[in-house]
Write a protein that binds this ligand. Structure first.
Ligand code: AMP
Ligand code: MG
Length: 517
């Protein structure tokens, strides 16, 4: 059914001990561990695109053997359970060893085209890296990871994917508000899929322990398996490879900033070496435009990981990766080239993305001011980010009417207070459009291709969760379907593009999320 070729296991040192007992793991990049079986697994949803990428047809997806594997109840031929060892900086501090505490790798599946995908079960039970936690995941956070990975992919944002969402038939106890009121919630396991789950933190841990042999081995492996274009003598390829990682990270963050995605926990252990969005936890989507917004309640006071700081934090994380790689280089200062590439790539991609969002064929230097003024207005007037940009495509550049944007406002009083300011901005913008000179129908099509109508708004995910917890999975399937074509108008689906309703403004899960998952 699936063909495995587990290079990570074969080529990198692992621990001999097969036991989930918590421990520090030295001189090894993985530990063998079996998933812990669950009572009553049920396939609640799956991604047909990911299944297809893995050569899994409908029959395979319906088979009890695959379900058992996706629940962690058995391993299929060629699969091997293991957890990888990494460290990381959390909220700006070195946190030492972290590792896959509740994610268990099943191996590397090779499809008929020869493409390699690591399969990983999240929530499949404790590993040596679980510290004192249970290794499990609740249904609500698993739905959020499952739906958002697929939504991001269809938006064109690099991301890990999700093959399946399996209900375990067991409960998991979580204190969601950290207020001493633990609750038994339904549990789930997501099978996530990516060409590589290697994180910045994988390199940081051996570097922090001064295990340069292990570090060198991991770098050589990562380049060989995941960046084949950079193969060769390590001394010569390390800087160009790091520069590539920086470039990919720059592209990734420009995507987040263009669609209004806030990761929420940009610790270095949550940064993919491939430049993918990884580890969907207390993430969120910007509703009313607010540069300082963070969905993560743990981050509410410092706002380290708020929307507007993501580009600077990604750079800080790349600097930590550079620190880790430096001991392998005779002239570590050369890593600065990579960091510069990050700055350039992010800036260029951001401008290209926002030129497209504004319907401009090219970005001119003074467009930055036009955009800054728009951001300030959107913030002050609490304008919905996704709704505003989508509606802007309908503006007549000859006679701009602010009414076209009414739906993007959350508050009538703020709309009135900022009406004149919006009108002035629209006049400037319309003049800029006329200068750009793109025919209206072409501009409309180009803007609709750049501005999604549908994103996984926080309240939509929460509604799907509320229903799923009552046993009704329909909204998960509806969202999965709608979010497959986020840039299409999909006329019957207006309910999934509506701005956040008032009831959701301060509701947990809709505007803020705890890390408890
Ligand atoms: P995160 O904040 O999700 O990036 O997780 C940080 C670290 O905590 C990683 O090493 C995770 O594997 C671990 N972790 C988080 N939740 C659990 C859990 N329920 N059981 C075991 N390990 C966990
Ligand atoms: Mg993590």
């Amino acid at each position: 059914m699936l063909n495995f070729d587990n290079r990570y296991l074969r080529e990198l040192p692992g621990e001999p001990l097969r036991s989930p007992l918590p421990r520090q793991v030295f001189g090894a990049l993985w530990s063998p561990v079996d998933p812990t079986p669950v009572a009553a697994p049920r396939l609640l949803a799956h991604s047909r695109e990911v299944a297809a990428a893995l050569d899994l047809d409908d029959e395979a997806m319906a088979s009890p053997a695959l379900l058992a594997a996706l629940a962690g109840n058995r391993l299929l031929p060629g699969m091997a359970g293991y957890a990888s060892c990494y460290g990381g900086h959390q909220f700006g501090q070195w946190a030492g060893q972290l590792g896959d505490g509740r994610a268990i790798l099943l191996g590397e599946a090779i499809n008929h085209r020869g493409e390699r995908y690591e399969l990983q079960l999240k929530g499949a039970g404790p590993t040596p890296y679980a510290r004192r936690a249970d290794g499990r995941a609740v249904l609500r956070s698993s739905i959020r990871e499952f739906l958002c990975s697929e939504a991001m992919h269809h938006l064109g944002v690099p991301t890990t994917r999700a093959l399946s969402l399996v209900g375990t038939g067991e409960t998991v106890v979580r204190d969601m508000f950290y207020d001493g009121h633990p609750v038994a919630e339904p549990g789930a396991v997501v099978c996530r899929v990516a060409p590589s789950f290697i994180r910045f933190g994988h390199f940081e841990l051996p570097a922090a322990r001064n295990d340069l042999g292990l570090l060198r081995q991991l770098v050589a492996f990562t380049i060989d398996r995941d960046f084949p274009g950079f193969a060769g003598d390590l001394a010569a390829t390390l800087v160009p490879w790091f520069t590539e990682v920086c470039e990919r990270t720059g592209r990734l963050i420009a995507h987040w900033m263009r669609v209004g995605f806030v990761h929420g926990v940009m610790n270095t252990d949550n940064m993919s070496i491939l430049g993918l969005t990884i580890d969907y936890g207390p993430y969120g989507w910007v509703d009313n435009f607010d540069p300082g917004w963070t969905p993560n309640t743990t981050d509410a006071s410092s706002r380290r990981y708020c929307f507007a700081r993501q580009p600077a934090i990604a750079r800080w994380n790349l600097e930590r990766l550079a620190d880790a790689l430096a001991p392998l280089l005779p002239r570590p200062a050369e890593l600065a080239d990579g960091l510069e590439r990050y700055d350039e790539t992010y800036a260029a991609d951001f401008c290209t993305a926002y030129a497209a969002k504004l319907g401009l064929r090219e970005w001119r230097h003074d467009d930055a001011e036009l955009l800054e003024d728009l951001f300030a207005l959107m913030h002050a007037a609490e304008i919905d980010m996704t709704g505003f940009f989508r509606a802007l495509a309908l503006l007549d550049s000859e006679r701009p009417q602010p009414q076209a944007l009414d739906d993007a406002f959350y508050r009538a009083d703020l709309r009135q207070r900022h009406a004149a300011r919006l009108e002035r901005w629209l006049q400037r913008y319309a003049a800029r459009l006329r200068l750009d000179g793109q025919p209206p129908e072409r501009r409309l099509a180009a803007m609709n291709a750049a501005n999604p109508r549908f994103v996984l708004r926080n309240y939509l995910a929460q509604q799907a969760i509320d229903r799923a917890e009552q046993g009704d999975m329909q909204m998960i399937h509806q969202l999965l379907e709608v979010l497959r074509r986020p840039y299409d108008e999909q006329p019957g689906c207006a309910a999934f593009s509506a701005r956040r309703p008032d009831w959701a403004r301060h509701r947990a899960g809709c505007s803020m999320l705890s890390c408890s998952s």
